[in-house]
Design a protein around this ligand. Structure first.
Ligand SMILES: Cc1cc2nc3c(=O)[nH]c(=O)nc-3n(C[C@H](O)[C@H](O)[C@H](O)COP(=O)(O)O)c2cc1C
Length: 380
């Protein structure tokens, strides 16, 4: 199959994904929170970012997408955001995505609540992936998890601060998605209509939270695992705790889920190497601002040199450019990559990266930008 013809853009992958995976997985991936105004806002705010092209510049050749971040040169200014329970969206998503990210030299972040283990992903792409931490209350337990990440070769830790409490996601509640799907006849019929997904799931088995099971008593049922994890998790990450993480992690430290300029400055001042300006893809607070709205104020608060990564709603190369134009140095995409996984399975990982890179290079060429750092000069 010619993938460029079948899936020329992420929007086509999204349509196919919806047809190919059961509703419980689709709703989990595509959904937001509440009335999903935040989800819509992410799209609307990106659409409102406009750029003015310059055609008369005297330069030839393709734009250079190479971007330096966290001490490394990446082939493009975007990467794969951490997504939990990716194994339910498409079996072995993290494994496929990390290989493709390694080959394309873009970052891939593994979620604490991914289904693949820290060690498996570390082995597939030595020294390449970032690890995203949902912290536990017990500092020793966190140190143990971080020790595993270090031993597996991860050099970048991403601490997510924007899930302070248990949340209610209406679509997931209606579908009976807790820590594992609640089985009923409707779910069984839905799965029977998605043979490609069902076949892959049968081959690889139901996804588990394999990074966390070592910390739980043996023999717990699914409901009990959920309760136990809820008890262990440390929702509220204070500035003082960030200082402790800074002491406990010697590698690069990124704080994810920042929307306020004051908090970005706190992160910088506790020694973080970057923050991710993010509303968690519209999944936490339905009234939260979008990254592109707050980026300019955060950029002026932290100064020109502190690395800002942004995410939320990006679906194509132009969206990546919009975020960069508003003051980000780098962009993460969550759903875009997982739509590709659900649409195509294994080949989706490399194809999504290829599409985004090509869109980015071609649209930058149209605009007249030679390098990502020039994009703020085209805003407005
Ligand atoms: C299905 C799903 C699961 C997610 N799981 C996590 C997670 O485990 N940890 C985390 O820090 N962020 C998680 N996120 C948020 C993403 O890292 C990212 O902030 C968001 O997806 C960006 O928006 P986008 O999907 O529109 O690109 C998740 C997002 C989605 C859609």
């Amino acid at each position: 199959m010619n993938l460029d013809r079948r899936f020329p853009c992420i929007a086509e992958m999204e349509k196919a994904a919806r047809r190919r995976i059961p509703k419980i997985a689709w709703d989990y991936l595509a959904g937001g929170i509440g009335l999903e105004a935040g989800l819509a806002r992410n799209r609307r705010m990106l659409d409102e970012v406009v750029l003015t092209p310059r055609y008369l510049g005297d330069w030839e050749g393709a734009p250079d997408l190479t971007t330096r971040l966290l001490g490394r040169d990446w082939s493009a200014p975007f990467g794969v955001a951490p997504v939990g329970l990716g194994g339910m969206i498409w079996p072995r998503s993290a494994e496929h995505l990390v290989r493709a990210a390694r080959d394309a030299n873009i970052p891939f972040a593994l979620s604490t609540v991914a289904n693949a283990t820290i060690e498996e992903i570390g082995r597939l792409a030595p020294g390449h992936p970032w690890f995203q931490l949902y912290a536990m209350k017990d500092r020793e337990m966190n140190r143990h998890v971080l020790g595993r990440a270090r031993a597996a070769g991860y050099d970048t830790l991403v601490i997510t601060v924007d899930v302070p409490k248990k949340m209610r996601r209406d679509r997931d509640m209606r579908n009976g998605l807790g820590w594992a799907p609640g089985w009923d006849v409707g779910l069984a019929l839905d799965i029977a209509r998605r043979p490609a997904w069902a076949w892959q799931m049968a081959l690889h088995g139901m996804p588990r939270f394999n990074n966390l099971t070592d910390y739980l008593p043996k023999g717990l049922g699914v409901e009990e695992i959920g309760r136990e994890l809820g008890r262990l998790r440390d929702g509220r990450i204070t500035a003082a705790k960030l200082g402790q993480y800074r002491e406990d992690w010697q590698g690069k430290l990124v704080i994810k889920g920042i929307l306020s300029p004051e908090e970005a400055v706190i992160c910088r001042d506790v020694g973080a190497d970057a923050v991710v300006v993010s509303n968690h893809g519209g999944r936490q607070i339905d009234a939260a601002r979008s990254a592109v709205e707050v980026l300019p104020a955060i950029r002026s608060a932290v100064g020109p040199d502190f690395p800002l990564i942004a995410d939320g709603g990006a679906r194509n190369g132009l969206d990546i450019m919009r975020m960069l134009a508003c003051g980000a140095n780098f962009v993460l995409l969550g759903r875009a990559f997982y739509f590709a996984m659900a649409a195509m399975g294994a080949p989706g990982a490399a194809h999504a990266i290829h599409v985004l890179k090509e869109e980015l290079a071609i649209t930058m060429g149209q605009l007249g930008a030679r390098r990502p750092e020039e994009l703020p000069g085209f805003l407005g």
